[in-house]
Design a protein around this ligand. Structure first.
Ligand SMILES: Cc1cc2nc3c(=O)[nH]c(=O)nc-3n(C[C@H](O)[C@H](O)[C@H](O)COP(=O)(O)O)c2cc1C
Length: 162
């Protein structure tokens, strides 16, 4: 995946190198600016069993800042924000992989470097007894929980770096 560039992200920003689970890495540009979750909407996406995006709804496209063409076929980590602890996604994959619904608060990175918080549910889709894909539905998160997660994730991130 290409590095984020100043073409898409306006100053001021900070630059971070992210390493992904598949061994690739890229530079992301981060702005300390939140975009509020759109009222009355659900943000939905579907992936294959490797986390590659296969479908997304209009709210997903609008909030991510990417076009549908830029999203389909990309790993879902295209939205990973450097403030998210790795352990959150490990928990999500372990839980969903065992066939259990996962819920959690996620800070997502937009193409323009800004971020948005969601309350996400991820499920494994089973057809004829076999796992075929994953679906995530995201709702507006409570501000109290976002504040709690901001503090918790900062601690977890620090522990992961030590
Ligand atoms: C259905 C589904 C939806 C996901 N949604 C997100 C998301 O919105 N934001 C995100 O950062 N990761 C999401 N992930 C997790 C990513 O696949 C990935 O594990 C995560 O971004 C961390 O990147 P890494 O695995 O390379 O460390 C989702 C995974 C699945 C299966």
């Amino acid at each position: 995946m290409d590095d984020m560039t100043t073409k898409d992200v306006q100053e001021p920003y900070t630059k971070h190198l992210l390493h992904y689970f598949d061994g690739t890495s890229r530079y992301v540009l981060i702005k300390d600016e939140e975009v509020p979750f759109p009222e009355g909407k659900l943000i939905v996406s579907r992936t294959d069993l490797q986390g590659i995006i296969t479908h997304c709804n209009q709210a997903f496209i609008e909030m991510s800042g990417y076009t549908e063409e830029e999203l389909i076929g990309q790993p879902h980590y295209i939205l990973r924000h450097p403030d998210m602890p790795k352990v959150a996604f490990k928990d999500a994959w372990d839980t969903v992989g065992s066939g259990v619904k996962w819920h959690g608060y996620v800070k997502n990175l937009r193409k323009d470097g800004r971020y948005y918080w969601v309350y996400a549910t991820i499920i494994l889709n089973i057809r004829d007894g076999k796992p075929v894909s994953c679906t995530s539905v995201r709702r507006k998160p409570s501000r109290t929980q976002v504040d709690a997660c901001t503090a918790l994730y900062a601690k977890l991130r620090q522990a992961e770096e030590e």
